[in-house]
Design a protein around this ligand. Structure first.
Ligand code: DP6
Length: 307
């Protein structure tokens, strides 16, 4: 019997400083606006993939088998099927995945999860043990990031370290993901404050679709190019107060769009607001300088300079 070879991929998570919220209708994963994130190199997903002769994909998360009927696993199975079809690989895979951070702690696991799932699956199908071997088979980082993005948009930013911009375009194929500065350009930290570990009421994927129904959606999209330039200037100069103001504004506006969409989505809890007020009071009294940003959930990412 030939031993089963397992292909291992580890992909970090990322936190968006200017958020991706909304997709262009009729296009496969084309965002309405550019986004910019920094990669969280201490929080990652590790995924093992091995080829099997079984008739279906098998997925294990932290030793527990997941089934397609499980809402949490639906996206995983559909991405595996999509990859197999798109890349013409017929054989099924056994997937074992785990996060280096507790689940439900407010760290976007879909970015690292879809990234690692894509990388490990392609590695197993092509029997590649390194990024160089994947490249030899035509799977460049850009191509892997594109495939991951088709599973979850934010995953494409996790294929580079440091500060990464995802630029939208006229069409799906013209969009770009660009690393702008390496992580050692500026030592920032993201402290995740957990106010709830319940599953979010509405997934980001559903939220993206309702975003255009908000009257605040277009003004936000229109404001992004100038905001992006200001954020890049702040990162270039390592101007923390400007960065903080911009990221809080962008996060608050994105949540404004969510709350004013039809149907409205509200991720804030009372504890979220209480914490945000506390953080502001610390800033006003000059005890410390830190700013908040929130993804599609109630937990707060506090961004500060590591020092
Ligand atoms: C609020 O990448 O999870 O975290 O493409 O539908 O999988 P899909 O959405 P997803 O959306 C992330 C939204 C966000 C902002 C961001 O990370 O830019």
């Amino acid at each position: 019997m030939t031993p089963t070879i397992q292909y291992i991929a580890e992909v970090p998570s990322n936190i968006a400083l200017i958020k991706y919220w909304g997709k262009v209708p009729g296009h496969e994963q084309l965002p309405t606006n550019d986004s910019l994130s920094f990669t969280l190199d201490q929080t990652s997903t590790q995924t093992l993939a091995s080829v099997t002769d079984a008739g279906s994909f098998q997925v294990f998360y932290d030793q527990h088998q997941l089934f397609e009927s499980d809402p949490f696993a639906k996206k995983i199975f559909s991405h595996l099927k999509f990859l197999a079809k798109e890349l013409h690989f017929n054989r099924k895979l056994v997937i074992r995945t785990k996060n280096s951070f507790p689940s439900g702690c407010g760290i976007a696991s879909s970015a690292s999860g879809m990234g690692a799932l894509t990388l490990a699956s392609v590695a197993a199908w092509t029997q590649s043990s390194s990024l160089e071997e994947l490249e030899d088979q035509g799977f460049y980082r850009e191509k892997l990031a594109r495939l991951a993005r088709l599973g979850s948009g934010s995953a494409c930013r996790s294929f580079w370290g440091g500060f990464v911009q995802w630029q939208t375009a006229e069409s799906e194929s013209l969009q770009l993901v660009k690393p702008l500065w390496p992580s050692n350009h500026w030592d920032l930290s993201d402290i995740v404050v957990i106010v709830s570990n319940k599953t979010k009421p509405v997934s980001s994927s559903s939220g993206h679709l309702t975003a255009p129904s908000s009257s605040l959606f277009r003004p936000r999209v229109a404001a992004i190019p100038e905001r992006m330039n200001s954020l890049k200037a702040a990162i270039e100069k390592r101007d923390f107060e400007s960065l903080g103001r911009i990221i809080e504004q962008d996060s608050t506006e994105m949540h404004g769009v969510m709350m004013s969409s039809t149907p409205p989505i509200s991720y804030y809890l009372d504890e979220t607001i209480e914490f945000l007020e506390w953080l502001k009071s610390k800033r006003y009294s000059e005890e410390f300088t830190a700013y908040a940003t929130l993804d599609a959930g109630p937990n707060i990412h506090v961004i500060c300079e590591t020092k």
